[in-house]
Write a protein that binds this ligand. Structure first.
Ligand SMILES: [Ca+2]
Ligand SMILES: [Ca+2]
Ligand SMILES: [Ca+2]
Length: 159
């Protein structure tokens, strides 16, 4: 359990920030409804990208246009939830390792910070990996599914 925690948290946090899925069922459905701005029961790519922009602005506490590991850790402490929406106690060492892992995956320029463009590129990849029938929009069920690894590419090894 102890050993598995950082990987499970990495996965949960990665999905929570980058895709429509969150840690708990309720949170997933609530997020889906929030993302579905026109209320048609589907989340399309532009609705997802608008949500990514809002999440980016919330996470970028100093508003310099980049997310640092510390800003991302703070976001996780505030938003990662377990079953039933309960807060999970996240030791700083765990959030730091999850953040480093996430940054390895998303920071394509390798400068140690995430730009909005990098977050959006990652969100778009995740969106395509979740859109199993390829119709360009996600149903709630698709948004709760696992991203297609063939579309997503290999996940970084986190420790
Ligand atoms: Ca919609
Ligand atoms: Ca910042
Ligand atoms: Ca679809």
């Amino acid at each position: 359990m102890r050993l598995a925690f950082p990987i499970a948290a990495a996965f949960a946090a990665w999905l929570a920030l980058a895709g429509p899925a969150g840690a708990s069922e309720d949170e997933q459905a609530a997020r889906f409804r929030r993302d579905d701005a026109n209320g048609d029961g589907f989340v399309d790519s532009s609705e997802r990208q608008a949500a990514v922009r809002r999440e980016f602005d919330d996470t970028d506490v100093d508003h310099d246009g980049f997310l640092t590991i510390a800003e991302y850790q703070r976001w996780m402490e505030l938003h990662v939830r377990g079953a039933g929406g309960r807060r999970i106690p996240l030791p700083p060492a765990a959030t730091a390792s999850v953040a480093r892992c996430y940054f390895r995956m998303v920071d394509s320029s390798g400068d140690g910070k995430l730009s909005l463009a990098e977050q959006q590129a990652h969100a778009e990849r995740t969106f395509r990996a979740l859109d199993r029938d390829g119709d360009g929009r996600l149903t709630l069920a698709e948004s709760k599914g696992l991203p297609d690894p063939k579309v997503m590419g290999p996940s970084p090894v986190c420790r």
